[in-house]
Design a protein around this ligand. Sequence first.
Ligand code: PXP
Length: 241
Amino acid sequence: MKKNQVHLGVNIDHIATLRQVRGGTTDYPSLLEHAQAALKAGASQITIHLREDRRHIQLKDLIDLSKKKIPLNLEMALTKEMEVLALKYKPAWICVVPEKRQELTTEGGLDIVKMSRRLQPMIQRIKKKKIKVSLFIDPSLKQVNKSHDMGAHAVEFHTGKWVRSRGAEKAREWQNLYEAAVLAHELGLRVHAGHGLDFNTAKEICHLPHLQEVNIGHSIVCYALEQGLFSAVQKMKRQLI
Ligand code: PXP
């Protein structure tokens, strides 16, 4: 039997990171152009994380991408500010993620059990606007069950620990992912995955049962640099005569 292709969401946060290291004073790199290029290349959606500290994606990016009808998966913390923005700009999906100011990147999954009192009504309000809801969790049966109780459409499993671990620990992490994916599917949740995936681990994660979508950013943006630097230097050389 032919396996279905896993959908790819391309996370463009780090394209914004490059722009923001100059304080957003340059009009390059253009997030819109890169989003359009990713979609043209076969991405199913564009993923952005509008962080509270605005370290990469800015509110204006959300507005511009929404205006151009880019299919968006908006990663967001469980805050009133983000809920208001989601209800206003109506991305196709939101993915609720934990957020800490000091972290370099999203370090772990949500504790749905702890946040359920605030999460459930928020999910209901978001779903009323026909926005789909995914919850970014560690691959744990408890978190999957609770995500289902909350009324989410999907769970996105944090793959970072599996990617980084080795040997017996990696096998254990895979088992956690496997069991969590099977349970999520049984409960009618879509199975998504992401974080730290590179070209090798992306291929491996496709063995996860019921996987429908991955969201990948850092490795794709790094590869784009590798592939593009040669022609960028050639272009600059042509200016220097
Ligand atoms: N999925 C979620 C929920 C994330 O928070 C991130 C990082 O922003 C990603 C996927 C993409 O991770 P990476 O940039 O390591 O591919």
